[in-house]
Design a protein around this ligand. Structure first.
Ligand code: UDP
Length: 251
């Protein structure tokens, strides 16, 4: 098979030119990074789990009419997506206080927020993805007012969908990050949910035990990241085929 042309290599994914114009192949790596890539590791099986989980969430969003860039999964590590222009913002939705919000405002992690809070960070690794306001976004032309209205509505729809799906399997969606892409159809443009939705970009806590089932397990050295992501996949019924639970020692 001819080697595909690499378009971009990120921290957790590599993008290749797709088989048809306007398509891209997203390859999910096993690499994990945190704290703006100061902490790194390779975690066996993470890419496979994120590929399957992102497929599951993007397909579900598509089914309820939320547009995404997802076309189809190609194999255990790759999916075909529509090529789009990524808006340089990380769109964060929070239902409970955690992470940078808790630090910034001194609110204890796990405190329920009075309503979902949407935040925007400017995507720039060198600057550490700083928090920005809609004033910055408008002034610097990163997105128009119409885009911002559409982004807010997309973010809240993703939040309702993801919160419901997770609630159904006993998991609390604390917060998450999405990225939004622009797709041009002739003279028109539309916005779609792009990149990935996976435990790398969400905070997921078991409702009963409060156990963390997301990338905080890696960020905070709380145990095996593969076990945490496998638990999410298992509850949602999307465990990779052939993956069986590890044998348990019987005394
Ligand atoms: N997040 C992400 N990528 C980033 C920053 C944040 O996916 O570059 C996700 C993170 O996993 C969490 C949510 O966005 O689910 C909110 O993250 P927060 O602002 O609390 O930042 P952190 O504490 O991770 O630095």
């Amino acid at each position: 098979m001819a080697r595909r042309k690499k378009i971009y290599e990120g921290k957790a994914k590599t993008l290749y030119e797709g088989p048809e114009p306007g398509t891209i192949v997203q390859y999910f790596k096993d690499d994990a990074t945190a704290f703006n890539a100061e902490k790194r590791a390779t975690i066996e099986g993470k890419g496979v789990l994120n590929n399957l989980l992102s497929e599951y969430f993007m397909t579900g969003l598509g089914a309820i009419g939320v547009p995404t860039h997802f076309l189809k999964r190609l194999n255990m590590r790759e999916q075909l997506v529509r090529s789009c222009e990524i808006i340089p913002l990380e769109v964060i939705v929070r239902n409970y206080a955690a992470g940078s919000l808790s630090k910034r405002l001194g609110i204890e992690e796990g405190t329920a927020l009075p309503r979902p809070i949407v935040e925007y960070c400017y995507k720039d690794d060198a600057l550490g993805d700083p928090l920005v306001t809609e004033e910055h976004i408008a002034a610097f032309g990163w997105a128009s007012q119409q885009d911002m209205d559409d982004i807010l509505s997309l973010a809240l729809r993703v939040n309702d969908f993801m919160s419901g799906v997770m609630f159904g399997v006993g998991i609390r969606l604390v917060d998450f990050k999405i990225e939004i892409g622009r797709i041009y159809d002739g003279d028109f443009q539309r916005l779609v949910v792009a990149d990935e939705i996976s435990p790398d970009s969400c905070r997921l806590w078991d409702i009963e035990t409060k156990q963390k089932l997301d990338k905080d397990v890696f960020r905070r050295d709380l145990g095996s990241l593969t076990d945490a992501y496998s638990e999410v996949a298992r509850r949602l019924g999307v465990m990779p085929k052939g993956a069986t639970p590890k044998p348990t020692l019987i005394n």
